[in-house]
Write a protein that binds this ligand. Structure first.
Ligand code: NAD
Length: 495
């Protein structure tokens, strides 16, 4: 579509703005101020969404519990769950343009990415777990001749899901796919900025035949609705993607309530290690720049520390700076745009503080200001690269969550591994080398949930995703994700 067509569609956009509980739209109990939705590209308030309070959380959890206990979903056949979820994915696909437009308007991701990546990621995830629903097998361990043991998986019950704004549909899909395929009920709290797209997805699930109460979506504030969900004694497990600070608070909430398991996917400060023997420095530089400027750098796996072997430091730095300069930044409703605005004024302030810190600590090579191509309003920062960064600098240690890259030099493999691991995080890493042995050695030596060799951000639903150290625990995606939403039961039978 042309930019003009997207703009006209945006002007006509109508968004769901009420809570979605027990299969229907509900007004909140009225104690919470609504959430103003500000378009980050323009700074204009475009919608007002109801905010759930603790009483609404109680109502949603009760609806989810009723739905779980009476078996309307939890005790249906896996093939029925598959069919409903496939129908849901088809509806998501049929409404892809509307959903893409909602996400772009909510949080500024360019329309090419919401239409080409974000919405497809959701529907592929729903389809993948739909297909898994009737293909799981239980275990029959060996026993003595006079006994029989069955190890079966059961849904845990009511799942609380709290998701962020940077990939609002993808992250929700990674929780909902395995949770719903295995028969659970869910209460999902979207991030403050990105509720409308998720409310629409829940409506489509009901239209596809998901029974009332199985998926409830509660827009609301983290410290209010999110905290009430985390502390709820009738929530059986909690799954979260977001910041480390919130992750810590969820662990406290679980400890203070019913000791529910808490699955955390937190941030990162991922090292991207370019050795002088990288097979192609152009490709390495392309991916280094793409990885940290895609989605305005608002990405937990962003390769925000570029470690470069000294022999090729100048060459790689020049290539990355050139990529930063040529990145198309601007109107997120233009399909040619590669990087849109920052999600909010608050997030932009945080990133700007880090840019100021970086100016003191290191050398600003490009960026650091709003791009010339941005409109007069909204929240903008041009792709930004710092050279001469030391791994002890704050811009190399703390997650900035913006389009800001730190380039750090190293001399040999041992130093590269030491620097790569010298971080509180352990989400992901990149390694660029032509030496097969080195590729294996270094990828084994880096503590991270995912290591990409001679690529970055590759992978499909069949591979697990998650972090180590302060990047979290548990795994999204793949068959391993069902571990979070099912409990193993041993049944021992004397024959
Ligand atoms: P956040 O952790 O505050 O928000 C994520 C989700 O948690 C949202 O739905 C929010 O409402 C909820 N939440 C917040 N406080 C809560 C609480 N006390 N109890 C329960 N739920 C709560 O993240 P943010 O403020 O949106 O972003 C801040 C920083 O977090 C970013 O700068 C970035 O470093 C990090 N972040 C990481 C990811 C990721 O993918 N790992 C995603 C978003 C943000």
């Amino acid at each position: 579509m042309t930019t003009g067509t997207w703009h006209r569609a945006a002007a006509d956009l109508s968004a769901p703005t009420r809570l979605f509980v027990d299969g229907d739209w509900r007004d909140p109990d009225g104690t919470e101020d609504p959430l103003e939705q500000v378009n980050p590209a323009t700074g204009v308030t475009w919608a007002t969404v109801a905010a759930a309070g603790p009483a609404d959380v109680d109502r949603a959890v009760a609806a989810a519990r009723r739905a779980f206990d009476d078996g309307r979903w939890s005790r249906t056949s896996p093939s029925h769950r598959r069919d409903v979820m496939l129908a849901w994915a088809d509806l998501v696909e049929a409404h892809a343009d509307d959903l893409a437009l909602l996400v772009t308007t909510e949080m500024g991701k360019p329309i090419g990415d919401t239409r080409g990546i974000e919405v497809p990621a959701l529907l592929k995830t729903i389809r993948w777990y739909a297909e898994l629903a009737d293909k799981l097998v239980d275990e029959l361990p060996v026993t003595g001749p006079d006994e029989l043991a069955l190890v079966t998986r059961e849904p845990v019950g009511v799942v609380g899901a709290i998701v962020p704004w940077n990939f609002p549909l993808t992250m929700a899909g990674w929780k909902l796919g395995p949770a719903l395929a295995t028969g659970n009920s869910v209460v999902l709290k979207p991030a403050e900025y990105t509720s409308t797209s998720m409310l629409e997805v829940a409506r489509l699930a009901t239209e596809a035949g998901l029974p009332d109460g199985v998926l409830n979506v509660l827009p609301g504030r983290g410290p209010v609705a999110g905290d009430a969900l985390a502390r709820h004694d009738d929530v059986d497990t909690l799954t979260f993607t977001g910041s480390g600070a919130t992750g810590r608070s969820l662990l406290h909430a679980a400890a203070d309530s019913n000791l529910k398991p808490v699955w955390l996917e937190l941030g990162g400060k991922s090292p991207n290690v370019v050795f002088a023997d990288a097979p192609n420095l152009d490709v390495a530089a392309d991916m280094a720049a793409w990885g940290v400027f895609f989605n305005s750098g608002e990405m937990c796996t962003a390769p925000s520390r570029l470690l470069v072997q000294r022999e090729v430091l100048d060459e790689v730095t020049a290539k990355v700076v050139a990529r930063a300069r040529s990145r198309v930044v601007g109107d997120p409703l233009d399909e040619a745009t590669e990087t849109g605005p920052i999600v909010s004024a608050r997030q932009l302030d945080t990133i700007r503080e880090y840019v100021a810190i970086g100016r003191d600590e290191a050398d600003l090579l490009v960026g650091g200001e709003a791009p010339d191509t941005a409109g007069p309003e909204g929240f903008w920062l041009a792709p930004t690269v710092f050279g001469g960064v030391d791994n002890d600098h704050r811009i190399a240690r703390e997650e900035i969550f913006g389009p800001v890259l730190s380039i750090i030099a190293f001399d040999d493999e041992e130093e590269a591994v030491r620097l790569a691991n010298d971080t509180p995080y352990g989400l992901a890493a990149g390694v660029w080398t032509s030496d097969l042995s080195r590729a294996h050695r270094v990828s084994r030596a880096i503590t991270a949930g995912t290591v990409w060799v001679n690529c970055y951000e590759e992978g499909g639903l069949s591979v697990p995703f998650g972090g180590r150290k302060q990047s979290g625990n548990g795994r999204d995606k793949s068959v391993h994700a069902i571990d979070k939403f099912t409990a193993l039961k041993t049944t021992w039978i004397a024959l």
